[in-house]
Each structure stands twice: as C-alpha cells, then as structure tokens.
Design a protein around this ligand. Structure first.
Ligand code: ADP
Length: 433
C-alpha cells in the first residue's frame, strides 16, 4: 500500500511537471513550462501538508489524497481508532475493578508510600468514619490507636493487626503494592470476637465453679493422707492427692489464661524494675520441687538459678503478667533442666531488652518446637504427666508477651538444653542507673 502511494505521488509530480514541460515546449519555452509545472506540483504538496496540519488540530477534514499524505493520514486515523477502542476497554475494566472494590464487605484504603490516603471504598468509610474529602489525609489521623501507629511506623506488615476502634474489633492487613503504594485491608471481626469472648467467659466460669469443689476435695485428701490407713489405701490417696492438685493447677492456669485473653488491648501499662522482679521470682523458686518422685528427698534441695545482667532495666507493661512469664519459664527450666544451672539473662540491644532463660536439660525435638505454646501440648505425654504441670504455661507466656508487643523465641537441642527468650521492644524498655 505504501509502495502504491509512493508511485501515485511520483506519477502526479511527473504528470504535472510533464504537462508544464509539454505546454512550454508548444510555445517554445520548455524551461518556463518546466518551472510552471514544478511550481504547480509544489502548490499541491503545500496544500496537502496544510490540510494535514489542520486535521491534526481537528480544525479541518482529513486529507483525501491518493498520495503519501493521504496514506499517512489514513494510517494515523486507524491507529487513533484502535487506541480509542483500547482506552474504552481499559476504562471499562478499571470501572469493573472499582465496582468490585466498592462492593467488598471488607474495607479497602489505598495509601501512597508515606501513608496519605489516595482512595477508599464504602466499607472503609463506615469502619473508619471517612468522608469523601478525606483523600490526601494521613491514615494515622483516622486510626489513632497506639498499636496501629506502632504497627504502621515499624513497617513490618507480615502479620495482621487486631485492635478495638469505637466499639468495633478490626483486623488490619497492610500490603505494599509496588514501590509507591500501600493497600490497607480492614476486616470487621466484631462478631468473631464476641463469640470468642463468649467461649472465654464460659471457660472462665467453668473454671471458677470447679475451684470450690476442688478446694474441698483437696482438704479432705490432705486430712486423709495424715490418717493411719492401710498402705494400699494410703497409696491410692497419694495418687488422688497428686491428680487433684494437678487439676487445681489446670483450673488456676485456665482462669489466668482467660484473664489474659480478655484483657483490653487499650489499657495502659506501668514502668517496673524487671531485674528486681527476676530476683524476686528466682528467690521464690530456689526451693521449688516439681515431681512427686522428688518430694521424698527434695525438701532440702536447692535449685541453681542465676541472674546475669549488666544494666538495671525498667520495662513498661503489666507486672503481674511479666511475673507470670518469668515464673513459667524458670519453672519449666527447672522441671525439664535435669538439675542443671538455670541462667536468666537481661541484655540490651538496639531492638530492646532481651530476656532469656537458659537450661542445660533434656531439650525439645525440632518438630515439636513450633507447637509447644499451644494449650495442653506436651512433647512427651507420659514423662510430663509424671513431672506435673498444666500444659498451659507456655500458652500463658505467649499471651502475656503479646501484651508487651513481644514474642517467645525458642532455641533448643535435644540433650543439650533450651533457651527461651523474648525481646521487649525499645519503646517499652529503658536502662536505669
Ligand atoms: P507444662 O505445664 O506441661 O510444663 P508448658 O506449656 O509450660 O506446659 O510446656 C509445654 C511443653 O513444652 C512441656 O510439656 C514440655 O514438653 C516442653 N517444655 C517447656 N519448657 C521446656 C524446657 N525448658 N525444656 C524442655 N522442654 C520444655
């Protein structure tokens, strides 16, 4: 086609110039004739170029020319039509995506890289009380909950975040999309939280109800264990006594766990001296005995627990919960530490205050490590029912640490020992002199 247009263009120039030449020849001025032919041909070209120019500004019709200009105009027209088609298609697609996002039950907020709101859907308007004119504002102006502010500033969005906002329980997942955009997905989990609270309350109520009958049973068993009875009966009473105490421990731990689970995430903590607390817990556990088997000769047994700390440290949080964490971890180190020395260590780093409890005991097989913070999970059921314990200790630790924006780290090698540690983030820990 291009070839044809080029030929027609050349033919037209040749015909006009040829006609001029012939006319000039006939009056014996061939050169004038040639010149006139060239000028006429040039006028044609200029006129075509002018039409093309006007058309490109939409101020005139497309050039109807069989030569190169006409051909080029035709190609441009076709390409424009194709582009228009594609733009319409993409606009329809964008509209569909927007409609989809708009109709989601979950809230969606699109932020720029710094956290300023670019767009949001109807669900987000309801959950965060946004208004159309709030585009361009920072997301932290709408979610002022300290947990969210910290989550956003830390820029670690691997885990979702759950918090309460004006009677709603919201779960937020932030995703970085590309290099200059963040997408916030907000789920209303109020109903799920309500059911969860009902479950927690039920467990707490049952545990409370069990406490009184258990106290009575324990009392009678204690009384009977002191009475003069045939040895077989005494042995049975001994068994009943240890099982009943175990049940009491489970009930007490269940109550503690329920309290931790239902504690509000918005309560403020207080600063306390953690080294002092470690010493208190260590002192209280120096004579701790764990198994029935030991109790015969262990009354004068001393545990070896040592605190290593270069700085005095204060932590902002909940003293009762932290005491429970330390007690559970040190108790476990004693229970599973095979009489090895237990070292409690406090070390500061850029991330915050690391607290670790180390024993040189039996250790934990690798495939169990990820599960031992689950409720009632035990590595070796038969061995550990001997040692005693509720199976809830580490679940309590996990929950209490969450309230301190921290998590349990478990390092262990079978036969070598275990280290249970956690880092209290820098904003919750400080050195004291
Ligand atoms: P328990 O009351 O049974 O000790 P925990 O929740 O405190 O329950 O611990 C769960 C399980 O983790 C224990 O049964 C034990 O198998 C394992 N475990 C915890 N601490 C240690 C430790 N220091 N060394 C070896 N195993 C441990």
């Amino acid at each position: 086609m291009h070839q044809g247009a080029l030929q027609r263009e050349i033919l037209r120039v040749a015909v006009i110039v040829g006609a001029g030449l012939a006319a000039g020849w006939s009056i014996e001025y061939p050169l004038y004739g040639l010149l006139v032919g060239l000028v006429i041909s040039q006028i044609f070209s200029i006129k075509n170029a002018d039409t093309l120019f006007r058309w490109s500004y939409r101020s005139g019709p497309a050039p109807h020319d069989s030569g190169l200009v006409g051909y080029a105009a035709d190609r441009i027209q076709r390409r424009e039509n194709q582009l228009k088609g594609r733009i319409v298609q993409q606009a329809t697609q964008i509209q569909r995506i927007n409609q989809g996002i708009e109709s989601l039950v979950d809230g969606v907020v699109i932020l720029n890289n710094e956290g300023y709101i670019a767009n949001f859907n109807a669900a987000a308007i309801k959950m965060l009380r946004l208004q159309k004119g709030d585009r361009g504002q920072h997301i932290k102006n709408f979610i002022r909950v300290p947990q969210f502010v910290r989550y956003f500033d830390a820029a670690d969005f691997t885990e979702p975040l759950q918090f309460e906002l004006r009677h709603l329980s919201l779960q937020i997942q932030l995703t970085e999309s590309g290099t200059d955009q963040k997408i916030v997905l907000i789920r209303d989990v109020t109903e799920r939280k309500r059911v969860e609270t009902m479950r927690q309350n039920f467990i707490a109520d049952v545990s409370h109800e069990l406490r009184t009958p258990l106290t009575v049973i324990n009392g009678y068993l204690e009384m009977l264990s002191e009475a003069e009875l045939p040895s077989a009966v005494q042995k049975a009473i001994g068994h009943m006594d240890s099982q009943s105490r175990r049940m009491t421990a489970i009930v007490n731990d269940l109550i503690e766990l329920s309290k931790l689970e239902s504690a509000s995430s918005e309560r403020g903590g207080q600063w306390f001296d953690i080294a002092h607390m470690c010493n208190e817990v260590i002192d209280s556990l120096q004579n701790f005995q764990y198994s029935k088997a030991d109790s015969g000769d262990a009354s004068d047994k001393q545990n070896h627990i040592r605190l290593q700390s270069t700085n005095n440290a204060e932590v902002e949080g909940f003293p009762d919960e932290m005491r429970s964490v330390l007690t559970n971890l040190i108790t476990n180190a004693l229970k599973y530490g095979q009489d090895s020395e237990v070292i409690v260590e406090l070390t500061f780093s850029l991330k915050g205050l690391r607290v670790s409890v180390k024993d040189k005991g039996i250790g934990i097989p690798q495939d169990h490590i990820s599960r031992i913070t689950e409720r009632f999970y035990r590595v070796d059921e038969s061995r550990e029912s001997d040692i005693g314990g509720s199976g809830l200790g580490l679940a309590i630790v996990k929950h209490a640490l969450e309230h301190h924006d921290s998590a349990l780290i478990i390092e262990s090698t079978v036969g070598v020992g275990s280290t249970f540690s956690f880092v209290i983030p820098a904003f919750r820990a400080r050195k004291i002199h």
